[in-house]
Ligand binder design. Structure first.
Ligand SMILES: NC(=O)c1ccc[n+]([C@@H]2O[C@H](COP(=O)([O-])OP(=O)(O)OC[C@H]3O[C@@H](n4cnc5c(N)ncnc54)[C@H](OP(=O)(O)O)[C@@H]3O)[C@@H](O)[C@H]2O)c1
Length: 293
């Protein structure tokens, strides 16, 4: 019998790619968002906030396998607790959870610590599970850093720190393969990175090359980084989480390269060059003439 699959975070960076793959494969997964209009036409959507335990339990009664993608946020643990408890109560058979590289309850970095705590909750729940720990997505340059790059300079307090950025499309491929036969991956944790670690200067210079724009990365002090962050982010917890990500990057904590993706997919991860070539339109929107090389 076909497994009944639900994907949460289906409008997000990786979730939306996962949904595309499942749709291409003809798999009729239920896609979750807090707002149905955000979901692509033609998918079976469900409006389901992680805060509503009652609705979660109702919805999960019709689910065998849950791909659990949640946002990195202050309420992450409460959300995970709700989803995991509802999954147990509703008879969900398998949970595929998306976490992050370096996740650990004893990490010195806030964002890795909260991911580690949420992972541990699932590991101790008695549910069958698999955990994906991808590094920072290449797509962050399109989403989080898009505005800065459109203006030409990316200021971050990450020094010369390197990151083994991974393409969210590769992570989605791994997730889709696991959803196809989850029982093979019970209790597995996969660390997923790109094929090499890049500094921000190198990454931005590649984006500049492929998008034919004049772009630069400028490392700034923690103090200046904090000021910039606070201009766009009001939530103090998120400010602290992002500052801890900057410190992690500076210290090399997100630089390790793993072979997890190549071993799992039987091919090399997409390179940053491939990502830039595929996404170059993303940096070509309102382009001032003088910004052209
Ligand atoms: N971004 C990265 O580089 C990266 C790298 C490695 C791991 N991760 C991990 O991947 C996860 C997702 O991160 P992301 O950056 O990919 O996030 P994202 O693109 O912002 O997606 C977050 C998703 O969560 C949904 N969501 C938000 N609040 C919700 C709520 N209260 N109830 C139900 N759904 C809710 C959003 O859907 P709607 O807004 O449509 O409701 C959206 O689909 C995080 O746990 C993060 O730690 C991210």
């Amino acid at each position: 019998m076909e497994l009944r699959i639900m994907v949460t975070g289906a409008t997000g960076t990786m979730g939306s790619e996962l949904l595309k793959i499942l749709t291409r494969q003809g798999i009729d997964a239920v896609a979750v968002s807090r707002s149905l209009e955000r979901l692509p036409a033609g998918v079976r959507g469900m409006q389901l906030p992680f805060e509503n335990r009652y609705l979660l339990e109702q919805a999960l009664r019709n689910v065998d396998v849950l791909a659990f993608i949640q946002p990195l946020c202050e309420d992450m643990l409460k959300q995970a607790e709700n989803v995991i408890a509802a999954a147990r109560a509703s008879g969900v058979q398998f949970v595929l959870k998306v976490s992050g590289l370096g996740a650990s309850p004893v990490s010195p970095y806030l964002f890795q610590r909260i991911q580690g705590d949420a992972d541990e909750m699932l590991q101790e729940s008695g549910l069958r599970y698999c955990i994906l720990r991808p590094n920072i997505y290449m797509q962050c340059f399109l989403k989080i850093h898009h505005e800065a790059l459109m203006q030409g300079i990316l200021y971050l307090p990450q020094g010369e720190g390197r990151t083994s950025f991974v393409d969210a499309r590769d992570v989605a491929e791994v997730a889709a393969k696991i959803l196809g036969d989850p029982w093979l991956y019970n209790k597995k944790t996969l660390e997923l990175t790109g094929e090499r670690a890049l500094s921000n200067a190198e990454a931005v210079s590649l984006i500049a090359h492929y998008s034919q724009r004049r772009l630069a990365y400028v490392p700034v002090t923690d103090e200046a980084g904090l000021k910039l962050l606070k201009k766009n982010e009001e939530n103090e917890w998120m400010v602290q989480a992002l500052m801890s990500l900057h410190r992690a990057t500076r210290s090399g904590a997100v630089a390790p390269v793993t072979s997890g993706l190549a071993q799992f997919l039987g091919r090399e991860p997409r390179s940053f060059e491939t990502f830039c070539a595929d996404m170059k339109q993303g940096w070509m929107l309102p382009l001032a003439q003088e910004n052209l090389l």
